[in-house]
Design a protein around this ligand. Structure first.
Ligand code: HEM
Length: 444
């Protein structure tokens, strides 16, 4: 039987230095702003992509064995293999490799994403029912949009008039309130302590501790009280009607929703604002669209920010059984890796690889591109995708209505429509001002 190629020791060392270590240092579960700043300054994401290009030309197109720390893992170099793995998740490609399971065990031991087999199917059915995953628009949309309008208005009131600065702290505080209200209901709006407890648990998880956190029970109790209240208009109000049994651990599912909305979505929305503010042509289309009821181009800008700077840089899987792949048998227990940034910026396949191209989502084929996995794809793809796009687009729309002349005052180095975009965009360094609205800015 043929063998799959193995990367040289030098290539393996470089892969660990360029991909694995920087990802761990920046925080596997909760990003460390200082480390993200250093990685951005050093251009580590670009180095990782160049290295991946070299690996593909030396060992591709099929997967290559590579040493990740002390274990051998299979690294996908080709989009067809990426699609194969994601279409085969969670079986035979489970999404709970040891490090992910260990870290997530600290703050969400019952999470869907680290569940296998029947347990995964059970929790997935519950999650999809509450998030209404297949629906483009969630049935509670009216209540959710009201929350977004109130919270963005409150944020801008707090920022003051001309000369005001919008920074990631203000943006993130607003997002946390939105998320608590959407997921848990209005009485949770001010429960900052819940969000702080979760943030602290996720920071703890970065260290991959061997024991469960002593703070988890207090966090779970607090969360449980909001779930029990089942506040009308919130996601938890839909729990009673969703399929479940004792193994579903419904409260244990909520944690993923909270951090995906408050951290992941807020980061992506900030980056989207920076791209729009620095790209006049795209901004003009967005502002024109905001005069109507729907904003598909703005949603496309959000998707495009995620393609360019994926918040999940690495997808990892573990084979549950022996898997026949490229004519060989890959043993059960093998870790399989997908480096999203590499496939998202593939200059050999995409002529828009390094530019801001929202039109590829509205009029092109980006939406069906298997290479783009910022939300993952296949049976285990993100069940919160449509909700994230709905809320993210609504926040962006309100922000641009308040500050149509929005300008970036710091942190947008290299965001120039005339040059290839950088590979990293540090969200914590971004600062915005209201800017000036030119008379023709909103119309084309
Ligand atoms: C911009 C925002 C978001 C991004 C970029 C994102 C991205 C992703 C990605 C890449 C995965 C796959 C992870 C893997 O397999 O290793 C995933 C899974 C998941 N996401 Fe999201 N997500 C977002 C928002 C949300 C929201 C709003 C929710 C819920 C309200 C959510 C709930 C989940 C859950 C429960 C899973 C696990 C699915 C499973 O294992 O079957 N996500 N997400």
């Amino acid at each position: 039987m043929r063998e799959l190629p193995s990367a040289s020791i030098v290539d393996s060392v470089q892969f660990n230095q360029a991909v694995i270590v920087p990802n761990a240092v920046q925080g596997l579960f909760r990003r460390r702003p200082a480390a993200v700043g250093v990685a951005t300054r050093l251009g580590l994401d670009g180095r990782a992509i160049r290295l991946m290009e070299g690996l593909r030309s030396r060992y591709g197109p099929g997967p290559v064995w590579i040493r990740v720390m002390t274990d051998q893992a299979l690294l996908c170099l080709d989009v067809a293999d990426v699609a194969r793995v994601l279409d085969g998740s969670p079986h035979p490609f489970a999404s709970d490799p040891a490090a992910k399971k260990k870290g997530m065990g600290v703050f969400q031991p019952d999470a869907l994403t680290i569940s296998r087999g029947e347990l995964w199917a059970n929790r997935r059915a519950f999650t999809e029912a509450v998030l209404e995953s297949p629906a483009e628009v969630h049935s509670l949309v009216g209540a959710f949009l009201e929350v977004v309008v109130e919270e963005t208005d409150a944020m801008f009131d707090g920022l003051g008039g001309p000369g005001a600065t919008l920074d990631p702290d203000a943006f993130s505080a607003m997002f946390r309130r939105i998320v608590r209200r959407v997921v848990l209901g209005d009485p949770a709006a001010g429960d900052e302590e819940l969000s702080e407890l979760l943030a602290a648990l996720m920071s703890e998880a970065n260290g991959l501790p061997s024991d469960p956190s002593e703070h988890y029970p207090a966090y779970l109790d607090r969360l449980q009280s909001h779930v029990d209240a089942a506040e009308p208009g919130s996601l938890v109000s839909l729990f009673g009607a969703a399929p479940q049994d004792v193994d579903t651990r419904v409260t244990g599912q909520v944690t993923h929703w909270l951090f995906a909305l408050q951290d992941t979505l807020a980061t992506n929305a900030l980056r989207t604002l920076a791209l729009i503010a620095t790209h006049p042509e795209q901004r003009a289309v967005v502002l024109g669209e905001l005069e109507g009821d729907e904003a598909p181009y703005l949603a496309a800008c959000l998707q495009e920010a995620m393609r360019l700077f994926p918040t999940t840089p690495l997808l990892s899987r573990e084979t549950v059984v022996d898997v026949a792949w490229h004519g060989v048998s890959v043993p059960a227990g093998t870790q399989v890796l997908i480096v999203n940034g590499f496939h998202h910026r593939d200059r050999t396949a995409l002529d828009y690889a390094d530019r801001f191209a929202p039109e590829e989502w509205t009029d092109g084929s980006a939406g069906s591109e298997r290479a783009f996995n910022h939300f993952s794809q296949g049976p285990q793809g993100c069940p919160g995708r449509n909700l994230a796009l709905l809320l993210g687009t609504a926040v962006l729309a309100q922000t641009l209505r308040a500050w149509p002349g929005l300008e970036v005052t710091a942190g947008a180095d290299g965001l120039d429509p005339a040059a290839p975009l950088p590979y990293s965009l540090n969200p914590y360094a971004l600062r915005f001002g209201p800017g000036v609205v030119l008379p023709a800015a909103g119309v084309r």
